[in-house]
Design a protein. Structure first.
Length: 139
């Protein structure tokens, strides 16, 4: 399952890697933000001391930067996507498709979904690209 990157994504990915030294596995460019998926263990490198690398990248790219740590384990990857919010996830099979069910404290449900579904849509896109999961249901 390969991830297709646009020219712009590749440019940002290369820039972020050279800036931080972190290995980037994926990059999604949206109107107001860029989401980088970094290799497991590279989160510290990506963020930098006191968030310095995120700040530099934000300045150079001109968009909000989000970083997610990759995991080959789908459940761990899902919990990483929603950090720092604590969620629990489990995978189920629904109509022959893989679906992730995410449970979260009700007071954080709005944050998990995000304004206009922005955060949940980001999560759905990432799990589809990296773990072939069709949907995420928030409980």
């Amino acid at each position: 399952m390969g991830v297709k990157l646009s020219t712009e994504s590749i440019r940002f990915l290369t820039l972020f890697e050279s800036l931080t030294g972190a290995s980037v596995k994926d990059c999604i460019v949206e109107d107001d933000r860029v989401i980088f998926v970094v290799k497991k263990g590279d989160m510290g490198l990506a963020i930098g001391k006191g968030g310095i690398n995120i700040e530099k990248a934000k300045e150079l790219i001109g968009k909000k930067i989000e970083v997610v740590e990759h995991s080959d384990d789908a459940v761990e990857f899902i919990t990483n996507i929603f950090k720092p919010i604590r969620v629990t996830a489990k995978l189920i099979e629904k109509d022959g498709k893989k679906v992730a069910v995410v449970s979260v404290n009700p007071q954080y449900k709005g944050l998990v979904i995000g304004k206009g579904g922005k955060n949940i849509n980001k999560a759905k896109e990432l799990v589809r690209r990296h773990h072939d999961i069709e949907d995420i249901v928030v409980k």
